[in-house]
Design a protein around this ligand. Structure first.
Ligand code: PEP
Length: 256
């Protein structure tokens, strides 16, 4: 049985007092009604990792960061290392998010280096892939996603893959309010499993947790999460309020 995960990417939102409040609200909701079927991960900005880590210390919530640098340490002004996020309480890290690819020009090579470094530091990875609207319209979705998976996971062994979750996030669906249909998402998720079989090891694809991300909301979560190859969600906008994130967690509980 694959692990089911609902993860929240807070992006560049929440000062420390706001982050503490949101984490507390969520913790209280989950204490009252603990999810039985899924793991819940929250990924606040770097600055709030330590304080949120304190808030969720005795809860089932897990903590992730949104990025790391690809070197262990050194003269890289402004960057944050794997060890730093670990020491602040993170056990997960999002790598290859489309906003990092777009605004910070991260390519498959840098993403691959980050994934390897995260794994060397015993962090678990949420590795994001997804096509732009233009690419989808040109019928290139599978080429693009296949390429991202292939190069992002270059050199990754089947054992290491156990610590990687893939998030399929069509770029045109992120923050736009326009989600992929359950069928569109399901098709790409199934394709990613085939690619993993071909690239890493026969039958390994069916063991990997693959999340969908892109305008997941309480209203559309159930339909998406009910798909056989969708193992959870990476949520942006709707995770910034405890209420809506909690409703998405509940939708998972209903259909997983
Ligand atoms: C994301 O940032 O990973 C994301 C899916 O954002 P949103 O849910 O806002 O589309």
């Amino acid at each position: 049985m694959r692990k089911k995960i609902i993860a929240g990417n807070w992006k560049m939102h929440k000062t420390n007092p706001e982050a503490i409040r949101l984490a507390e609200q969520l913790r209280k909701k989950l204490e009252k009604n603990p999810p039985q079927k899924s793991k819940v991960i929250i990924c606040p900005p770097f600055t709030a990792l330590s304080v949120v880590s304190e808030v969720i210390k005795y809860s089932s919530l897990e903590l992730g960061a949104q990025n790391i640098f690809w070197e262990e340490e050194g003269a890289y002004t402004g960057e944050i290392s794997a060890k730093m996020i670990k020491s602040a309480g993170a056990r997960w890290v999002i790598i290859g998010h489309s906003e990092r690819r777009k605004y910070f020009k991260e390519d498959e090579n840098t993403i691959n280096k980050k994934i390897r470094l995260a794994l060397q530091n015993k962090l678990k990875v949420i590795f994001c892939v997804g096509e732009t609207l233009e690419e989808r319209e040109q019928n290139l979705t599978k080429d693009i996603v296949g390429n991202q998976v292939e190069w992002g996971l270059k050199g990754i062994t089947p054992a290491e893959l156990k610590n990687i979750v893939i998030a399929y996030e069509p770029v045109w669906a992120i923050g736009t309010g326009k989600n992929a249909t359950p069928e569109q998402a399901e098709e790409v998720h199934a394709f990613i499993r085939d690619i993993l079989d071909a690239l890493i090891e026969d039958n390994v694809g069916e063991t990997v947790t693959i999340l969908y991300g892109g305008s997941v909301k309480p209203e559309n979560a159930e339909g998406l999460l009910a798909q056989p190859d969708i193992d959870g969600a990476l949520v942006g906008g709707a995770c910034l309020k405890a209420d809506s994130f909690y409703k998405i967690i509940q939708a998972g509980e209903k259909v997983f």
